[in-house]
Design a protein around this ligand. Structure first.
Ligand code: SF4
Length: 236
């Protein structure tokens, strides 16, 4: 009975999320753990820990400020901080969850098997990796690739916000459940979030499946391709 109730609640929540889209009749509903009804402020208004700005921070400034970071416990197990790479003025930024083993060893984002698939997706979109920006919510690898923990996100996400403020992309593609749910502050399943645009500090955000998930579930590539086609249409 309890299981049935949980399933029913999940299905109802998914339905409400779907019909709450603009022009579909329901607006202003707030679901627990879902901040999309409360829109995040524009990225320029997010408080910064610097008292004054003589000029906008560049990615190099932000990397220098991050330094040899020990702001959360993940510092102790890392080989390299994976800050992010690509065009500092990219229209499109891909945000994943956290570095894996290959990324930790090389200090670069998305360089393993999943990274190869992401590179293929970027190429199919008509871009090179150098023309977009690729980063993660966390810049250090969690042990055994476990999920990021709230204190780690709290310590590291401000640097992602700064990066996005410096880049000023037109579009973010959130790769996978964890990136999408963390950025959108929601527990809505990725299968419900994907396929339509959301807002992250006034930047359009499209969630889609993580390349590692696509390697395990190649049948989902079709949906990811639909998502990236929507991004391409929007960026034209
Ligand atoms: S994950 Fe982020 S906050 Fe934590 S140590 Fe690494 S760079 Fe610092």
């Amino acid at each position: 009975m309890r299981k049935e109730l949980l399933e029913l609640t999940g299905a109802l929540k998914g339905h409400i999320v779907a019909v709450r889209e603009p022009g579909r009749g329901i607006s202003g509903l707030y679901l627990k753990g879902d901040l999309r009804a409360r829109s995040l402020p524009p990225i320029d208004s997010v408080p910064d820990n610097k008292a004054t700005h003589v000029r906008s921070e560049t990615l190099d400034d932000i990397r220098a400020e991050l330094g040899d970071c020990t702001r959360c416990k993940l510092y102790s197990g890392r080989h390299h901080i994976v800050f992010g790479e690509g065009d500092p003025h990219a229209d499109l930024v891909f945000v994943g969850e956290a570095p894996g083993g290959d990324e930790d060893r090389q200090g670069r984002p998305f360089v393993g098997r999943a990274g190869k698939l992401l590179s293929d997706i970027i190429t199919a979109m008509g871009f090179t990796r150098e023309q977009v920006y690729i980063c993660n919510i966390l810049k250090c690898r969690p042990p055994q690739n476990r999920n990021p923990e709230p204190d780690e996100i709290a310590a590291c996400e401000p640097f992602l916000v700064k990066q996005l403020r410096a880049i000023r992309p037109r579009m973010i593609c959130a790769l996978g459940k964890f990136a999408a749910q963390t950025l959108l502050k929601t527990d809505t399943p990725i299968s419900v979030l994907r396929g339509r645009f959301h807002s992250y500090h006034d930047i359009r955000l499209m969630p889609t499946y993580h390349p590692a998930y696509l390697l395990r579930n190649p049948g989902a590539k079709k949906q990811t391709w639909e998502d990236v086609q929507m991004i391409m249409k929007e960026l034209r």
